[in-house]
Design a protein around this ligand. Structure first.
Ligand code: UGA
Length: 432
């Protein structure tokens, strides 16, 4: 099939590359000339394992093309995916849909035969209705169908998530579009993905409700971990014990720092805005947001406690600063509030991240990037394991750290409490 994906950010680029790998003819469009020129040289703007190889292979075999010409690319395609950004509005409430609507107006100019136009970006309920209104101002409704097809890709796992999704959600009442899209996704359906066809609004809401539920699950276990710390119980036992109940499930039940990233914080806020618009009180999600926002200060209190309230001139090392492993994404990472706060209190911060130095910390004079784990932890007073990269899972701390009184605060619970005790390491984790 002939596909066009508008916006070569995370969603557009990963989906475009994966669709081309399934044998479709794909054009990825972006207005950023530099980005497109780089992509033509297989320089991928985001860190995502396996993506560069996928782009290179499919660009070479001609299945994947890159362009800045939206008009021409849309004209050549049967299915158009809108994958542009949908950030939170500058005033902090609601989603800024200007890019989506501008693209809709551009697409409108190139419709001369039937096209399926899909929102893949996460868009609030009723956005599809709005796009339909915009396009039907100039084009007959017979010439297009607006469909919602949310993505459920995780950063760092996106290619696997694309190829082996739990479900493909297609939101449309149009039978013709449904048949075409079922066919497009048939290689994934035949590998076990469930295909569901819902109304367009339902598909839009499925995405927000899923992210809000996952954020709730994480926040729930984070709060349970707070209780565990008071009653001398290990939260890992609780996660296992709860997770084995199939109704609950073990995934997204890992206690840790505040959840971050470009999706959960943004989408939980956006679903509240939508609900407010319809005068519905989503009180659970509101509490989740509040609890998550308070989490970083709660963990900072624990840092003070570990260091007996003495922060000034203490050497504190952060292992990992991104919001999770296998990504270079810093958006809404809890390190963004923790590091400046400790730095203000006079701590000397070193950090190491496998994805390199971060511009977010360059303005702090007592925050330094170390080129490897060894130099980052060598003379630390406190090592904070902030992100669960595999690189951090088997460090011989006794050997690598010269300061004999070092302590570890493992915010991802990647080490065994017993083994740390055996080695007589002063080890603190979450929820124990
Ligand atoms: C999330 C969803 O998982 C995807 O399904 C969705 O497509 C995506 O948002 C999106 O809306 O585009 P992502 O933001 O990449 O994906 O990251 P997750 O792996 O979901 O992690 C989000 C946050 O939750 C991270 O800070 C992570 O450390 C935290 N987390 C996750 C936990 O603290 N505990 C867990 O058990 C799982």
């Amino acid at each position: 099939m002939k596909l066009c994906l508008i916006g070569t950010g995370y969603v557009g680029l990963v989906s475009g590359a994966c669709f081309s790998d399934l044998g479709n003819d794909v054009i990825c469009v972006d207005r950023d000339i530099n980005k497109i020129n780089n992509l033509k040289k297989s320089i991928v703007p985001i860190y995502e394992p396996g993506l560069e190889e996928l782009v290179l292979r499919n660009y070479k075999n001609g299945k994947l093309k890159f362009s800045t010409n939206l008009k021409e690319s849309v004209s050549k395609s049967d299915i158009v995916f809108i994958c542009v950004g949908t950030p939170t509005k500058k005033n902090g409430s609601g989603t800024d849909l200007s890019q989506v609507y501008n693209v809709a107006k551009e697409i409108r100019k190139s419709i001369s035969k039937f096209k399926i136009i899909i929102t893949k970006s996460t868009v609030p309920v009723t956005t599809g209705d709005e796009i339909e209104k915009i396009i039907s101002q100039k084009k007959s409704k017979k010439l297009f169908s607006i469909v919602s097809n949310p993505e459920f890709l995780r950063e760092g796992e996106a290619i696997r998530d694309f190829n082996y999704p739990d479900r493909v959600v297609i939101g449309t009442n149009d039978k013709k579009s449904n048949t075409i899209l079922k066919n497009l996704y048939s290689p994934l359906i035949s590998k076990g993905a469930k295909y569901i066809n819902t109304s367009r609004r339902a598909a839009e809401l499925i995405k927000y409700a899923s992210n809000a539920f996952l954020a709730t699950k994480i926040t729930f276990i984070n709060e349970i971990s707070n209780l565990c710390e008071k009653i001398n119980v290990n939260v890992e036992d609780i996660s296992i014990g709860m997770g084995l109940d199939k109704r609950i499930g073990s995934r997204f039940l890992r206690a840790g720092p505040a959840y971050g990233g470009s999706c959960f914080p943004k989408d939980t806020k956006a679903i509240i805005t939508t609900a407010d618009k319809f005068k519905v009180n989503l009180s659970i999600i509101k509490s989740v947001i509040k609890s998550n926002e308070e989490r970083s200060s709660l963990l900072l209190k624990k840092v003070f406690h570990i260091l007996n309230g003495k922060i000034k001139n203490k050497k504190i090392t952060f292992l990992g600063v991104t919001f999770k492993a296998n990504t270079d994404d810093m958006r809404d990472s809890s390190s963004l509030s923790m590091i400046p706060s400790l730095s203000k209190k006079g701590a000397k911060i070193n950090y190491y991240d496998p994805t390199g130095e971060k511009k977010e910390f360059t303005k702090f004079k007592n925050v330094n990037f170390s080129k490897n784990i060894k130099s980052a932890i060598n003379d630390s007073d406190l090592i904070i394991i902030h992100t669960e990269w595999n690189d951090f899972k088997s460090i011989n701390f006794k050997k690598e750290v010269s300061n004999k009184n070092f302590k570890i605060f493992d915010m991802r619970n990647i080490y065994s409490l017993t083994k740390m005790k055996e080695q007589k390491i002063k080890y603190f984790s979450i929820g124990s």
